[in-house]
Design a protein around this ligand. Structure first.
Ligand code: SAJ
Length: 440
């Protein structure tokens, strides 16, 4: 049965008669649907959100990186359908799970999306099926959480009857140079045969597939990528605290270090760490290690430093106002930029929300502006982006640049503001030379 099952499935993947399913149609799943469809596979997208399902069946995309024309073409060609009904998996040979892996309020991993998707899949898993998990998670999830649920329910064996692997998503929303199609894709299975079948599937649609020896290696690979980033951002954030105490310009130091053509990678300090990946993924690793009685000190310390940056920003605002004999309490502050990084409309974990909350807690009157985010609702407060930016800049005691959107007119800001705290070095040398600009 084993060899025949694998041989038949490999042939179906090779001649693209295998039907593909993607569970979770967000910023990871939808681009994957299009890539498999463009490779000639019949694809069924599965999501609990009927609005997403209806939109796709109308041939309309809702993800910034996926053109509607691509979706419409696949739907019109009969290569793409979407549904909320998992029973379609009865007639599917290849399934990719791309569901969220956020944190709970407690700061522990929230694996409920993976568990729910797996429990639904377990009802329909059958011999001759390959399954991959793409959601970023702790090492061991595929083997400890998914495998038992799939093999116990139906008496099938991974690596013989069905094939289970992990393949980390490497989607950077908004990026045009590296996409789902051309970003190298790591794939690692529960068994060598699982690695082989999953890699064979992905090689039919993606430009570069990197096969590793196990699901744990693949899970750990993604965590290294994002933990590396989080810790290095934490390092430069601590450098900003150190340079502030030394009276040294941290931006000038980093720019000078950046002239080293080897052995150095430039990161920049900021008001804190936002996004759905970098602040969260490393905590999946440190959480797992705690269960093995190991304290991942680098991750904990970097996370502590990054989490404290909004407070540091507020202290810089307070000091800057104080130097002008103004109390923070009662001062009018304009926060410029709310999304977690420039030129996108994503608020997840944005430090701007913390900066605004902390300024308000100290009695400041806070407004914000963000061209991508018309309204802000967080904790107990709600705000609307100021309609007339130039007037708002002139009216306030201090402007705080939190997210340096490229569309801002920074010359106009420098001309019209009384005082600017620039947490992103958005003003560059003009800011360094101006006595009304304080840099992080
Ligand atoms: N940040 C800094 N200093 C830096 C770089 C980033 O403070 O030097 C801040 C950003 O302002 C933001 C947060 O860190 O608040 C995260 O920024 P990010 O540039 O890492 O962007 P993300 O969250 O979109 O990260 C994604 C990740 N992609 C995946 O997980 C698949 C990450 O692995 C990519 O390296 C990153 O995009 C990228 O390079 O753009």
């Amino acid at each position: 049965m084993t060899d025949q099952t694998k041989t038949t499935l490999l042939q179906q993947l090779k001649d693209r008669t295998a039907v593909v399913a993607v569970v979770g149609l967000g910023y990871v799943g939808l681009p994957l649907v299009v890539v498999f469809g463009n490779a000639g596979f019949k694809v069924v997208g599965i999501d609990l959100d009927t609005a997403k399902v209806d939109s796709l069946n109308r041939g309309v995309s809702y993800i910034q990186d996926v053109p509607t024309a691509d979706v419409k073409r696949l739907v019109d060609a009969g290569l793409l359908t979407a549904t909320t009904d998992f029973s379609v998996l009865r007639d599917v040979q290849a399934v990719s799970i791309c569901v969220p892996t956020p944190l709970k309020k407690t700061g522990d991993p929230d694996l409920s999306y993976i568990i729910n998707a797996t429990d639904e899949l377990a009802k329909y898993v059958h011999a001759g099926m390959v399954i991959t998990l793409e959601s970023t998670t702790y090492p061991g999830t595929t083997r400890e959480l998914i495998l038992p649920r799939l093999s116990e329910c139906c008496g099938l064996t991974a690596g013989q009857d069905f094939f289970l692997a992990f393949s980390p998503e490497r989607v950077d929303p908004g990026r045009k140079d590296w996409t789902t199609l051309n970003t190298p894709k790591v794939v690692g299975g529960i068994t060598p045969d699982c690695s082989e079948v999953a890699a064979a599937w992905y090689s039919q649609a993606l430009k570069t597939v990197i096969r590793v020896s196990s699901a744990e290696v693949a899970e750990m690979t993604k965590l290294l990528e994002n933990t590396f980033r989080m810790i290095n951002i934490g390092l430069v954030n601590e450098l900003a605290l150190i340079c502030n105490r030394l009276g040294v310009d941290v931006w000038e130091v980093i720019d000078a270090a950046g002239t080293k053509p080897f052995g150095f990678m430039k990161f920049t300090p900021g008001p804190g760490l936002g996004g759905h990946c970098i602040p969260i993924d490393p905590l999946y690793l440190s959480w797992k290690m705690k269960s093995l009685n190991y304290n991942a000190r680098f991750i904990e310390l970097a996370s502590e430093i990054n989490t404290n940056m909004p407070r540091f920003v507020v202290s810089r605002v307070q000091d800057a106002l104080n130097d002008r004999s103004l109390a923070l309490k009662g001062s009018r502050i304009l926060v410029l930029g709310a999304s977690y990084k420039p030129d996108i409309d994503d608020l997840r974990e944005s430090p701007a929300l913390d900066v605004i909350g902390l300024l308000m807690a100290k009695g400041a009157q806070v407004d914000y502006h963000d061209p991508y985010i018309p309204t802000l609702k967080h904790d107990s407060w709600e705000k609307v982006s100021v309609p007339d930016l130039k007037n708002a800049i002139r009216a306030v005691d201090c402007v705080v640049i939190v997210t340096n959107h490229s569309q801002y007119d920074y010359a106009m800001l420098l001309e019209n503001a009384k005082l600017i705290v620039d947490t992103r070095n958005a003003l560059g040398n003009a800011g360094r030379e101006s006595d009304k600009v304080v840099r992080l």
